[in-house]
Structures are given as C-alpha cells and as structure tokens.
Design a protein around this ligand. Structure first.
Ligand code: URP
Ligand code: ZN
Ligand code: ZN
Length: 460
C-alpha cells in the first residue's frame, strides 16, 4: 500500500514548508516538492496543514481506580484518540502494593493486547518499591522496552510511595537508563484537609478543590526535583497545573537539571470557577484540581519559555453514574475527566488561533517532545524519511462544536460541551494506513501496536 499526500503545508517542530509526502507500507519514503511517483491512493491536502500524529503520554484506559474503572477501554480510548489526531498514547500500569511489577504488566497486557486501535506504550507506576521491585527494573527497560517509571506522591494506602522509596527507585532507574515521573502533590497535607472538610460536613465537589491548594503541588514538585537532582535521574512531572510548581521546575532548569514538565489541556483552558456548580462540578473533579486564571497565564508563559515541554490530557473518564459515587462525599468522586479526543483541536484553537503559541510549538507540545523525552524519536513525533507514517491532515479554518452527542469517548457528558473551536482534524494516517477519514474510523480493533521505547538520558 502506498499513499501520496499532495499540496500540503508541512509543519514539524522545526519547519514550515510546502511539499508532498510519499508513504510506502508503514513508513515515510520521500518528502519533496511536486513528487512524481505513482501511489495506490492520492490525498489532496491543499489549504490544509500536514503534521505529525499526536502523542498523548498521559492517559488512563480501563484503569481500576477509586472503587471503579475508567470508562474508556483500549478500543474506545485509542479510537477516540485517533478521531482527535492522536495516533499514540502512553498509558499507566499500576503495580498493586504487595505484588510484582511483572504481575501488573501482565494484567495490563490482558486489557490492551489485541484491543487497541491506535498505537500505545506503558509507563510503569511503582507503588511499592522494595528489593523485589528493584530487581525487576532492568528487565522492564531492556526486555519490555518500558523506560519510564511513574510515582505517586499522593493517594496514600493505594498508590503513594514515601521519599525513602522514591530515592531508592530513582537510584535504580538512573543506573538502568530510565526516567522517573511523578504525580507531584503532598499526599499527607491533602489527606489532612480532606479529613478536616469532611469533619466539618463540607461534602460538595468544591471541597475537592479546597483540599488541594497550590502549595500541596508546589511543595511536592520542589521536593521531587531536589531528590532527582541528588540522584541524577532524568525526571518528569506529570499534569503540572500552577505557578508555584512551575517555579520549582524553573529553579531545577537553572541548575541544568533534566526535569521535564507536562501540563494538560484542561489546566490551560479551564479554571476553578467550574467548582461553583453544585454537584455538577463533579465532572471536573480531577487531581490536581483546576486552578486560577493566574496559573493559566503562568503555564502559557512556561510553554513559550520552554519550561513546559508537553501538553497531555490525563484522560481518565467516568460515566455520570460513576461520578455519583461521591454525591454525598467529594472524596469518593472518581478523579478524572474525558479529553483524549479534543486535546489537539482545543490546543490549536485556544493556542495557535488565539496567538498564544506558534504552529511549530503546537507540534512540539503535542507530539515531538513526548517522542524525544520518552525514547521514540524519530520513529514517532516527526515527519521525516524513515519515520513511521503517523500523519494528520488538518483544516485550520473549519469551525465545529464539541458535544457529548458527537464525541467518540465512552463518556455520557463532555467537560467542554458547546465549545466552538476553529480547526479540525480531517484525515489521520497511522503507520501508513488511513485510520480516520470523512469522520469515520477506518482501522479495526487490534491494529494498534505496542511501541517499545529506548533508554533515555534526559537530553532532547
Ligand atoms: O484526576 C486524575 N488525575 N485521575 C487520574 C489519576 C491521576 O492522578 O493521574
Ligand atoms: Zn495524577
Ligand atoms: Zn493521570
């Protein structure tokens, strides 16, 4: 199978030019002006942008969490991602405390194998670091191609590790050539505030937000960055939301430390005023919570300064009935929101169209930096000869409206209902196959492939 994409405006993290792209099998074979080659299929991309397929390195598919499971599985989640131009995701395996990393990997393979439509990889969340776990890290990196290890500094009793375990894990991961990532919030402070609000009979979703003030995130981000400096491990902070945390990342950069920061689309475009809607606010109950307008401004600034390298989603959807588990107790509302489908169109509309970021920065944030940071570049994350043919064809002018009635995520509401966006994904190619076109999914369950990742050293 071969495809020729003609007349498109090619945008990568570095370039912006007019050219054709010739794809043979699963790879990009040629890029050049007016390519004179025969192809099985010709796509006219005139007046469209041609960009690398998106990589969302923070999603939770079919994840057991807070007494239930996230409502998108590998099929619906990676399918919805494709509709939104994201051709690859990195999901999180969660180790069960008291069990091995290999047991967790097998459990996740059971959910993902043969079910994904789009490509995927795993981060491995180490929730119980001990001698046994330590001995498994090398295997995960060298045999399984899983090179990033997630930690939780909150969710005590289920996922959280203490600083002793954190330093031990960092030392081992550094030795074996991997990266440590973290959910940076101070779990003990949050637990104190949750208990206090509950004792005062303050049970609405607003108190989820008030139980996780900025300081809980800023403090943990600084502590994590300091431990990463001490151990020398390449590090990455997931779903960063606020100015206080960003300032710790900036301090780490000043000492030439390899600490990357990811924010998520919701923290750039939504704010804490959404917690004033009574129980409806449960739709936006996520951790960390939405922040203030000043934090949004700080994050856009951090992006343009290069202190924030990735915009992900932390896609972790729950049906409304699942959210209702916390109707009388905010601490029982499953944390997370649906976004995997809208990350790229939201970032284009709110970022590029509103003049906040350049087109090249858009590609960097949605694809290239994730590929570089997590050991997949240049197989993924760019348009170059020899790279996987993961390509989106994007109409920068088309206007459309987000709605739960038309989205493809398995979630019965949208956190962006009625939002009007400018810019729409038209065609998505994944490893040389048209995956989405004419608003229809063209590949089947099982087409999505597990992508092995290389060792990383924190230099991109
Ligand atoms: O609210 C969130 N973020 N849910 C998913 C789990 C996590 O902390 O990333
Ligand atoms: Zn988290
Ligand atoms: Zn998450």
């Amino acid at each position: 199978m071969s495809i020729l994409i003609k007349n498109g405006r090619i945008i990568t993290a570095a370039d912006d030019y007019m050219a054709d792209i010739f794809i043979e099998h699963d790879k990009i074979k040629m890029i050049g002006a007016n390519l004179d080659v025969k192809a099985d299929k010709v796509i006219d991309a005139a007046h469209k942008l041609v960009m690398p397929g998106g990589i969302d390195p923070h999603v939770h598919l079919d994840m057991p969490f807070m007494g239930t499971s996230s409502s998108d599985n590998y099929e619906t989640g990676t399918g919805a991602a494709l509709f939104g131009g994201t051709t690859m995701v990195i999901d999180f395996i969660l180790q069960t405390q008291g069990k091995s990393l290999h047991a967790a990997l097998n459990e996740w393979k059971g959910r993902s194998d043969g079910n994904a439509v789009g490509d995927y990889s795993f981060h491995l969340a180490v929730t119980d670091f001990n001698e046994g776990t330590q001995a498994e890290i090398k295997d995960m990196i060298e045999v399984e191609g899983i090179t990033s290890f997630k930690t939780f500094m909150a969710y005590k009793g289920a996922l959280m590790i203490d600083d002793r375990q954190m330093v031990g894990l960092m030392n081992e991961v550094k030795k074996q050539g991997g990266m440590v990532t973290t959910h940076a919030t101070n779990g003990d402070m949050i637990d104190y505030l949750v208990a206090k609000h509950t004792a005062e009979n303050k049970t609405s979703p607003l108190y989820h937000y008030l139980s996780q003030p900025e300081i809980t995130e800023a403090e943990a981000t600084g502590r994590f960055a300091d431990m990463a400096q001490y151990t020398g491990v390449p590090a990455y902070v997931v779903h960063m939301t606020c100015e206080g945390a960003l300032n710790h990342i900036r301090d780490a950069a000043k000492r030439n430390q390899k600490v990357f920061a990811e924010t998520c689309i919701q923290y750039l475009v939504l704010d804490a005023s959404l917690y004033d809607k009574g129980f409806e606010s449960a739709k936006w109950v996520m951790s960390p919570p939405l922040r203030e307008k000043k934090d949004q401004e700080a994050l856009w600034t951090g992006i343009n300064q290069g202190s924030v390298q990735v915009v992900a989603t932390d896609h972790c959807p729950f049906m409304w009935n699942q959210k209702k588990m916390g109707e009388n107790d905010f601490s029982k509302i499953p944390n997370g929101h649906p976004a995997i489908e809208h990350r790229m169109e939201l970032l284009f509309s709110e970022g590029v169209k509103m003049g906040r970021i350049s087109l090249n920065k858009f590609v960097e944030l949605t694809s290239t930096n994730a590929a570089k940071i997590f050991g997949m570049y240049p197989q993924k994350g760019t348009l170059a000869v020899g790279s996987d043919a993961d390509i989106i064809i994007f109409d920068p002018k088309e206007e459309h409206t987000i709605s739960a009635k038309t989205h493809h995520m398995n979630c019965d509401y949208s956190c962006y209902e009625g939002w009007s966006l400018t810019g729409k994904i038209k065609t998505v190619i994944l490893r040389g196959k048209v995956a989405v076109d004419q608003n229809k999914l063209q590949v089947e369950k099982g087409y999505g492939k597990f992508i092995r990742r290389a060792k990383v050293n924190g230099i991109i």
